[in-house]
Design a protein around this ligand. Structure first.
Ligand code: DC
Length: 222
């Protein structure tokens, strides 16, 4: 199976770009953030303090989180129920970032991610795919952009979904999550040693898709 790992901070365009490139290559696109978001949502909906590992750990034995593909589109199931919409709420983003710092949560989700990559050609996006989940991935890309550009893009996405927020709220949220994600003790966000870094700050969507696609093809051809 061919494995492409795409890591990077939130809002760098990973999911949109990875989804488009996966379609061109006829690979499965795996959004691993959705798994952490589902665990975050599980904590929120049970009134659990997601920073507190004493509360999060016992919750893990009561939940199952699965990724399924319906007409090629990924959906995330929490105890068998599709929570694909709930996990996109801004509060789920912070909860996901919070729970993702606990080693027990990362262990809980590791096999789900590896199993998909064993059975399919994948483009998998996340924070630690090239460093931890698929350390032998054939291609590792670290996709990044300035915090301001990422906040502008995320604001448009949230507005399109009818979620009320402001640029400053989104930017603050993003800076906080970047800090949490890159400073946690386990599997922090950082490029793998052999990752190719692509900065999309000055690229539009088409150019970003092209940059990622060309990078993958150049490695496949070698
Ligand atoms: O990619 P995303 O913004 O949907 O991810 C939500 C949160 O989940 C993010 O703040 C960090 C965490 N995450 C992680 O720690 N490891 C991953 N592989 C994917 C996401």
């Amino acid at each position: 199976m061919f494995q492409v790992a795409i890591d990077g901070p939130s809002g760098a365009g990973k999911s949109t770009i990875a989804r488009a490139v996966a379609k061109k290559l006829d690979f499965i696109y795996v959004d691993t953030g959705a798994l952490y978001r589902a665990v975050g949502w599980a904590a929120l909906s049970r009134d659990i303090d997601y920073h507190n590992v004493e509360q999060v750990m016992p919750m893990l034995s009561q939940i199952s989180v699965d990724l399924v593909y319906i007409n090629g589109i990924q959906a995330v199931l929490l105890n068998g129920v599709d929570v694909s919409e709930e996990i996109r709420l801004p509060q789920s983003s912070m909860a996901a970032s919070g729970v993702s710092a606990h080693p027990c949560v990362r262990d809980f989700l590791l096999n789900t991610q590896r199993e998909i990559a064993e059975k399919n050609n994948v483009i998998m996006d996340g924070r630690d795919i090239g460093t931890v989940v698929l350390p032998n991935a054939h291609v590792k890309i670290f996709l990044t952009a300035s915090a301001e550009k990422r906040a502008q893009r995320r604001l448009i996405e949230l507005e399109d979904k009818g979620i009320a927020t402001t640029y400053h709220e989104v930017l603050d949220d993003m800076i906080k999550r970047d800090y949490n994600d890159s400073h946690r003790a386990v599997a922090p966000l950082k490029p793998a040693d052999n990752a190719i870094i692509i900065d999309t700050s000055e690229l539009d969507l088409e150019q970003s898709i092209d940059a990622v696609y060309t990078t993958i093809c150049s490695i496949v051809e070698k």
